[in-house]
Each structure stands twice: as C-alpha cells, then as structure tokens.
Design a protein around this ligand. Sequence first.
Ligand SMILES: [Zn+2]
Length: 258
Amino acid sequence: MSKRRSKKKKNRGMLFLILILLVLVVMAAFFLMRKSAENSRIREEARAAEEEALQIEQEAEEEANEQARLDKIDEEKNQWYLILVNNQNAMPDDFDIETVEVEDGYYIDARVNDALQEMLADCREAGYSPRLISTFRTRETQQYLYDHTANKADTAVPGHSEHECGLAADIIDADSLGWGDPLIDEQEDMPAQKWLMEHCQDYGFILRYPKDKEDITEIIYEPWHYRYVGKEHAAIIMQNGICLEEYLENMEDYYEAQ
Ligand SMILES: [Zn+2]
C-alpha cells in the first residue's frame, strides 16, 4: 500500500515537473515571439523613417530644381534676344545695339550676324535664293516708312518696330522680286521661304508674325519676317506653333531648364 502511494507521489512529481517545463517553454516561446515582433517593428519604423527622409530630400531637390528653372526663366526674359517690341512695348531707349553689314548694304545686330549669315548660306547651299529686303532700320527710316505708308495699320509706329532693334530680317525668295509687292501671303509658297520657315529655328530665328496670331501680335501674317531669339527659344516657339507674346506670357509652361 505504501509502495503504491509513493509511486503515485512520484508520478505526480513528474507531472508537475513536465507542467513547469511546459510553462517555461511556452513562456520562452512567447518571449521570443514578442522580441522578434518588437525587432521587426523597430526595423519597419526605421525603414519608414528612412523612406520619409528620402522623400523629403527628393521633394526639396524637386523644389530647388523648380526654383532654379523659374529663376532661369526670369533671367532669360531679361536677355536682349528675348526683348518684346510690339504696339504695347516700345524699344527701350537704352537698348544697346551695334550693327554690322550682313550683305548688300543690309545691317543687323552684330550678335545675330553669324546666325543670319549661316542661315542664308545653308539656304543657298540647299539650292534656293533667299534675298534680304529689310533688316536694321534706324528710327529715322522707320519714321519715314510710317509717314509714307498708305496703310498705317500695317506699319509699326516708330520705336515699336523690331527692325529698329536690329534683331529682325525680312527675307523673300528672289524669284518674287518681280511681283511688284513681294510682301504678300503668297510668299509662303516660294521655295526659299518654305525652306526658311522649316529651318529658321535651327539658327535661332522664328517666323515672328504667324498666321492666325494677328489678334495677339496685332501685325498681319508675314511669311518673310524672321526674328532672332536664340536657338533654344526658337525651337520651343516654332515647335509649339505660338508667337513670341504667347511664349513670354506663359514661359513657365514651355521652358524646361537645360
Ligand atoms: Zn519685317
């Protein structure tokens, strides 16, 4: 009887020990799981913080780039080659200008001469006959033209013509010289003119008074008047089919920093 009781006691002790071990194992597992969950939470938080820092850095960089682009636009707008001269904007009195002869007694701003020479030479090389008929005009010449024109609406008021800035050239196809007045819409169909309209942007020129922009430029369509604005701006203006007024007004929408 006492032997059986002591066996029972032994079994109970064993059971108790197993129970304790089981509790210990469960506690250890629980502790390890919590630790691992804690670790992955810390890792996750660190990763999120890193991502956030990176995003803040990226946003700051984008903001800086955008500010640099806007600063560049302001800077470009003040460059001589983007000067806006039209009915509302007179040529500034202090506009610095030094002219040189392009050919045949026609003068242009010295800074534009190379580009114009190159454009004419390449047009001729391609087999066409471009001919200058008006480039730089003095205030006196513009005044004379204005005083003697039959149609004052089509002639810029003195001080308001791009020709006075030395940045514009009227170019026609030599084959239209015999037309009497070659400055008509049909000029756009002439071979030299077609070449010029297609390639002018490559030399920094734009067709300044496009078709369907008369309401904005207040100048009739002139498929002969080329204006220097520099290659970068010429490409944007010509490719977007806009006039200089539209470009300068909305330059933020068009100009990408280089
Ligand atoms: Zn002109």
